[in-house]
Design a protein around this ligand. Structure first.
Ligand code: NAP
Length: 322
């Protein structure tokens, strides 16, 4: 399946789950992969365990929870002299059992800091590098999710609450203690994750609106399916970790293997049929054999241009980028 011998992709959080398998699938398509990870030894062992050839990938350190680390990553990446043809914002933390928020070095609630603010800064800094890609279809892909899209059943589940940024009151007030939620309301750990993923989908739409016409870069999100057995759920109740994959396999039919999820990410990054920009790709929530991709409509909250511009402006302030 070798197609793109000289193209380079950065994949964040490639040390496990969807990101690891996406890296493998992109290598199989002939890409060079920069595995942008916070634990390089773990990433190296994960790559070896899948038989990924060491001359096809480079390990580079990034802690997306730290804005300084994101800036250092971009510096190291540029010093490497590599071109950038695609960026995959995949890393995430899900900390549903926290009663009190954890904080990033800058003092921001950790799941929004990692999943949204770190990636928001990374996207802004690497935009210039993507502009210089020799590829006729440079792409910036962010992982979205069903639970942050109230157009779908999974996004309506009120446990602990659906994704909702309110009027961004928490961001407006600086997003530091005692503030822990984007809407400024009391801390709900599971909702903080959903809110961060809603920000991911809004960021992608706003990138498309601002930069697609002038740069030709393709900006998309995707939902790869319910990959119920990745380490994303490691901070959930142990019983949930046992039951959830079984439930998704046998009851909802929503279960997708890590390998298939990684393959879907690779398709959206590399394949010609995913050249359309400004959309959210999905394969639905019932996984039948040979399921085709389609453009999934997003919720009003994710499609509200006024909210998106305000979220963008406030995020710029929080990460100090202009
Ligand atoms: P995962 O196996 O836990 O992978 C998450 C990755 O993010 C790991 O490599 C992790 O690194 C990395 N990471 C976490 N915090 C980081 C930080 N501060 N700096 C750098 N890297 C960090 O989870 P996954 O299920 O593959 O999730 C990948 C993406 O898919 C996420 O964006 C998630 O929202 C999305 N998604 C997942 C599902 C699903 O059902 N699993 C469904 C829809 C969307 P360590 O190995 O060091 O922890």
């Amino acid at each position: 399946m070798q197609q793109n011998q000289n193209l380079t992709v950065v994949v964040t959080g490639a040390s496990s789950g969807v990101g690891l398998y996406a890296a493998k699938a992109l290598i199989q398509r002939g890409w060079q992969v920069v595995m942008a990870c916070r634990d390089l030894e773990k990433a190296k062992q994960a790559a070896q365990s899948l038989g990924m050839s060491p001359d096809r990938y480079t390990l580079m350190h990034i802690d997306l929870g730290s804005l300084e680390s994101v800036r250092q990553f971009v510096k190291t990446f540029r010093e490497s002299g590599k071109s950038l043809d695609a960026l995959v914002c995949n890393a995430a933390v899900y900390l549903p059992l926290l009663k009190e928020p954890l904080r990033s070095p800058e003092g921001y609630e950790l799941s929004v800091a990692t999943n949204h603010l770190g990636h928001f800064l990374l996207c802004n800094l690497l935009l210039d590098d993507l502009k210089h890609s020799a590829s006729d279809s440079a792409r910036l892909i962010i992982l979205g999710t069903v639970t942050a899209n109230s157009k779908e059943l999974g996004g309506k589940i009120p446990i602990p609450a659906p994704a909702d940024l309110g009027n961004l009151e928490g961001f407006e007030a600086g997003f530091k203690a005692p503030i822990s939620m984007i809407d400024g309301k009391p801390f709900k750990a599971g909702k903080a994750y959903k809110d961060s993923k809603l920000c991911n989908m809004i960021t992608s739409r706003e990138l498309h609106r601002r930069y697609h016409d002038s740069t030709g870069i393709v900006f998309n999100t995707l939902y790869p399916g319910c990959v119920a057995d990745t380490p994303l759920f490691r901070n959930s109740y142990p019983l949930f970790q046992k039951i959830f994959p079984w439930f998704q396999k046998n009851i909802t039919g929503g279960y997708v293997s890590q390998e298939l999820a990684g393959e879907r990410v690779a398709q959206v990054v590399a394949d010609p049929q995913f050249k359309q920009s400004g959309v959210h790709w999905s394969w639905g929530n019932r996984q039948k054999e040979g399921r085709e991709s389609f453009v999934q409509e997003l919720s009003e909250k994710a499609s509200d241009d006024r909210l998106a511009q305000r979220m963008w402006d406030l995020s710029e302030k929080l990460v100090a980028v202009k």
